[in-house]
Design a protein around this ligand. Structure first.
Ligand code: B1M
Length: 207
């Protein structure tokens, strides 16, 4: 048994096998971040690639995401322990007009696993909802995900609203078409390419 088997079990959307293998690796002393990055996250990256090449379909992709979540649930207590000091409150959602949520869910799960209080607003979230919730919940960071080039401008709207209201809330953006350059252009406080990077950046912004 190896990390490669976890990777394969996520691709095969075999939840029970993922859980069994993750437990096995933990019992053997394998590093949590190795299980996470080389097993669970790497498998979802591959699933995304297979989907875009037409080799996998949406239901299979969603089942793989659930298998990944089952594995992540096993890691959560350990991830939380290592992050107890830097936790904060995160409001996360996919921006208005955009229904893609697999990546956003991964980011949210990993943030939760890392000890943040995560308020997940779901998909198609408008500016008012992001800002109102972040104010009400006294959030440290608003995290926005976009997968469509056409919905990326929604991120700038939120950032403008946060600034216009003079709020002490940081903003972070991400998603496949989003780049550091775009984040700089719209005045976001943070950008991350992937879910582990988002956790690191959130820790930095919330501290
Ligand atoms: Co759509 N879709 N889709 N889609 N879809 C893309 C994004 C697309 C690139 C496919 C393509 O043409 N090759 C294309 C966008 C083109 C563009 O904008 N230039 C596209 C399109 C066009 C569309 C529709 C318009 C199709 C149509 O109806 N004609 C439509 C739009 C619906 C809408 O949103 N209004 C649509 C619909 C769908 C499905 C519903 C079928 C499904 C979504 C299911 C769901 O999410 N529940 C779907 C899917 C699955 C995809 C692809 C194949 C996979 C996306 C995915 O989940 N990747 C995608 C092509 C691709 O990316 N290969 C595609 C896996 C996921 C783990 O990665 O979300 O990138 P990702 O998240 C990563 C990082 O980006 C990062 O961390 C994650 C994990 O490491 N990250 C963050 C994400 N958010 C972050 C936030 C952060 C930091 C990091 O900080 C806050």
């Amino acid at each position: 048994m190896s990390i490669k088997d976890i990777y394969q079990a996520v691709i095969d959307f075999n939840n029970a096998k993922v859980v069994e293998l993750v437990k096995h690796e933990l019992a053997n002393g394998t590093d949590v971040s190795t299980i996470l990055n080389d097993g669970l996250i790497a498998a979802m990256d591959e699933v995304g690639r297979l989907f875009s090449e037409g080799e996998l379909f949406v239901p299979e992709m969603l089942r793989s995401a659930q298998a990944m979540k089952a594995g992540l649930d096993e890691l959560k207590p350990l991830l939380a322990q290592s992050a107890a000091k830097s936790a904060g409150t995160i409001v996360i959602g996919t921006v208005k007009g955009d229904l893609h949520d697999i990546g956003k869910n991964l980011v949210a799960m990993m943030m939760e696993g890392a000890g943040f209080d995560v308020i997940d607003l779901g998909v198609d979230v408008d500016t008012e909802k992001f800002v109102k919730t972040a104010k009400e919940k006294n959030a440290n960071v608003i995290c926005m995900s976009a997968l469509l080039t056409t919905t990326m401008p929604g991120m700038e709207e939120v950032i403008k609203a946060v600034k216009a209201q003079g709020l002490d809330i940081k903003t972070m953006v991400g998603g496949a078409p989003v780049t550091q350059e775009f984040a700089n252009k719209i005045g976001a406080d943070g950008y991350a390419e992937d879910a582990p990077g988002a956790v690191e950046k959130a820790r930095e912004l919330a501290s």
